[in-house]
Design a protein. Structure first.
Length: 195
């Protein structure tokens, strides 16, 4: 079982609540989305026999920007700051975990269709069900083979010629010989189109 994650079980429910309580403090409140992310992360790390990433040994690809992603960051150690959290805006409760040390990957999906009828309208009861239902009722797991994501790179920063803020060199646009950040380049292009 991954460190810091306790999946629901009769004997483990009290310990699970303590770790979930820590997550609530990090996130700010308890909600179904947080519980979904909690279960998905625990299942994914357990499947890979992995623990919290200290550096970039684990990579997570998330397909939404909902509350559950906070659970993923808190328990997996995959974060935007370390460069081992990749966001794809597909609006799906799906996390893919990839362990660089083993080359194993797993796609974890919330089993949306398994939620008992009418439960979604009762936030507290829905959250309780998410935290206590058997794993196979809440998530599906599928081993996947993916290309190893590129490790995070340190990129030189340059100054935007318009706003004078620092910007990663790889995120600039050159317009009329001047280096611009993307927002300034977009504004420049929009103002040219209005003429």
């Amino acid at each position: 079982m991954p460190a810091g994650i306790e999946l629901p079980g009769i004997e483990e429910e009290e310990n699970m609540n303590r770790t979930y309580e820590e997550l609530i403090i990090f996130h700010g409140h308890s909600c179904p989305g947080l519980a979904i992310g909690y279960r998905m992360t625990g299942a994914g790390l357990d499947f890979l026999s992995a623990s919290k990433a200290v550096d970039e040994e684990m990579v997570a690809i998330v397909e939404n920007k909902a509350c559950g992603v906070d659970a993923l960051q808190w328990f997996s150690g995959c974060t935007f700051g370390k460069g081992n959290l990749v966001f794809k805006d597909y609006g799906k409760h799906v996390f893919t975990f990839y362990d660089r040390s083993t080359g194993k990957g797993v796609r974890v999906a919330f089993r949306h269709g398994n939620v008992p009828a009418g439960l979604r309208n009762h936030r507290t009861k829905f959250t309780h069900w998410l935290l206590t239902a058997p794993e196979k009722e809440v998530v599906s797991l599928k081993e996947v083979v993916i290309e190893s994501p590129e490790p995070a790179r340190i990129v030189t920063s340059v100054e935007c010629a318009f706003c004078h803020e620092g910007v990663m060199e790889t995120r600039t646009r050159e317009i009329n010989g001047q280096v611009l950040c993307i927002p300034c380049a977009d504004k420049h292009s929009a103002s040219r189109e209005k003429r």
